[in-house]
Design a protein around this ligand. Structure first.
Ligand code: AMP
Length: 283
């Protein structure tokens, strides 16, 4: 497994592989890897000839008030774990190389980025789409694998790829959870023991929503009410949003229609840690 830090070396590597007929798969990450990331890596390995994992803590997707400086990192552990999977290259560039001093461009997807995560974190998605575009230009992947954990992000990226005619197929893999239901996240390391227990309210509230839908509730306001109650019972929880969107275009809906598929999404702070989770439901 190679570690490449220079953009020019990564580009040369990819060009040579493509010339020799290889199909490149990319898994973009911010490091501090866990089983959620590894499931994307396994999928990527199954679908491509070469797997490249990028580890880049992208500064432009964090607002100044967010946790960029304390975001967890452990390159050595990431390296060790990736070396046990069939990864060919870790692309590990520096922020200065990706964003040199005179960098002045951005890629923006309009509309869908104004709601949910985009409304709570107004500059987040343009940071994501810009860096994913840069990574795609450098690595030239045939496929790129993302997680449903960031459901809105994967829909934004699919939209960008469609609009800008980028020749990369986007694959989205299901959320990997702890046994008790907590969605794996690099940020879970911030949680104290009590907060770790409190954080279960996210997945539990989603399961409650799923149950209510199975029982035939179609007006989301009733579901949101019951879910919200669960959050008010947890002292460390500060709810940001509970929404349901159509899985196809991510438009917010209030009434669920049989035969359709929806994402129910929650965002919540537990203590100082902002967590997100979602569930895909078909009714
Ligand atoms: P991050 O390093 O947090 O930027 O995440 C990199 C990729 O891993 C994104 O596509 C995430 O959606 C995905 N990911 C993060 N956590 C999980 C999880 N628990 N299950 C599946 N995919 C995940």
């Amino acid at each position: 497994m190679k570690v490449i830090t220079a953009i020019s070396e990564m580009t040369d590597y990819s060009n040579n592989q493509i010339i020799s007929g290889k199909k490149i798969g990319l898994v973009p990450t911010m490091g501090f890897l866990h089983e959620g990331h590894f499931s994307l890596v396994r999928k990527c390995t199954a679908l491509s000839d070469l797997t490249i994992v990028s580890i880049f803590l992208n500064p432009t997707q964090f607002a100044p008030s967010e946790d960029l400086t304390k975001y967890p990192r452990d390159f050595e552990k990431d390296y060790e774990q990736l070396s046990k999977l069939n990864v060919d290259v870790i692309f590990y560039p520096t922020a200065d190389e990706i964003y040199p001093k005179d960098f002045s461009s951005k890629v923006e997807v309009k509309g869908i980025t104004n709601i949910l995560e985009g409304s709570s974190r107004p500059t987040h998605f343009e940071g994501v789409t810009t860096v994913v575009n840069i990574l795609f230009n450098i690595v030239k992947p045939y496929i790129a694998v993302f997680g449903q954990k960031d459901a809105q992000q994967s829909v934004v990226i699919k939209k960008m790829v469609r609009d800008l005619k980028i020749d990369t197929k986007i694959i989205v893999e299901p959320i990997v959870r702890e046994k008790d239901g907590l969605a794996l996240s690099s940020r879970n390391i911030y949680l104290t023991e009590n907060e770790r227990r409190d954080a279960l309210v996210l997945s539990k509230s989603l399961l409650l929503a799923q149950r209510m839908i199975k029982e035939g509730v179609t007006e989301f306001k009733f579901i949101r009410e019951k879910m919200s109650l669960m959050f008010t019972e947890i002292e460390s929880a500060k709810l940001d949003y509970i929404e349901v969107v159509s899985s196809s275009d991510f438009s917010i809906v209030e009434n669920l229609t049989p035969g359709q598929e929806y994402f129910i999404l929650v965002a919540c702070k537990i203590g100082n840690t902002r967590l997100i989770d979602n569930i895909l439901v078909e009714i």
